[in-house]
Write a protein that binds this ligand. Structure first.
Ligand SMILES: [Fe+2]
Ligand SMILES: [Fe+2]
Length: 214
């Protein structure tokens, strides 16, 4: 697992899996109330926890954002709760229902699209994200002050990351989301419309390098 400080207040933890030629990202956002973006699958969470402790010391990890219900996004949640019992999982209603089915019922903060959450100096806003499994409603999250979109499985790249931050054009990135990624014309158009309305400076995807936008 490689660690990069991609912004003054954002750390990236990246692990490459050779067998599927894909790297997996978790982000630690210091707001200054710390928030983790995705747990990684449980073997990644085991490696991640000491790295989080190196950054935040004995401070509690207050929040974990889970964009949708898949092992790389939340597979390590139960393990994380052993270390940070008070941690609140921020997720959609459908993700919360899935977590309940795995016995995780406490400290779940359900948010809806268009909700806003001020944490420390940061203002987080949530956007509906039709995630792959049955097009279930997941969420992506924008930090509005810095224009950072934590985009989950959107805007991802395969392969290893050469640089933690690459440049890209937001219009092209949005145009390139296709029916393969969101297999419903209606959901795809709604997503593209929602994304186009945002004022973004950075994309922080769940796989591959971060993207600085122009
Ligand atoms: Fe996913
Ligand atoms: Fe993912």
């Amino acid at each position: 697992m490689k660690e990069y400080k991609v912004m003054d207040n954002v750390y990236l933890f990246n692990s490459y899996v050779d067998a599927i030629d894909l790297s997996f990202n978790q982000f630690l956002v210091l707001t200054p109330i710390p928030m983790l973006i995705h747990t990684g699958a449980i073997d990644r969470t085991e490696v991640l926890i000491p790295k989080i402790q190196e950054v935040i010391g004995s401070s509690p990890l207050e929040y974990v954002f889970i964009s949708h219900f898949e092992s790389d996004e939340c597979g390590g949640l139960a393990l994380l709760k052993n270390y940070y019992p008070q941690i609140k999982a921020i997720c959609s209603q459908i993700t919360a229902r899935q977590l309940m089915g795995f016995g995780i019922t406490s400290n779940i903060a359900v948010v809806n699209p268009q909700d806003k959450m001020k944490i420390g100096d940061s203002l987080f806003e949530f956007i509906s994200y039709p995630s792959e499994m049955h097009l279930w409603e997941g969420l992506i999250m924008v930090e509005a002050n810095q224009g950072i979109l934590y985009s989950s499985d959107l805007f991802i790249r395969t392969g290893t990351i050469q640089k933690s931050m690459e440049n890209s054009a937001i219009n092209e990135e949005i145009q390139n989301i296709n029916l393969h990624k969101v297999p419903s014309q209606e959901a795809l158009e709604r997503l593209k419309r929602d994304l186009s309305a945002l004022h973004l400076n950075y994309l922080m995807p769940g796989h591959g390098p971060c993207l600085k936008l122009f």
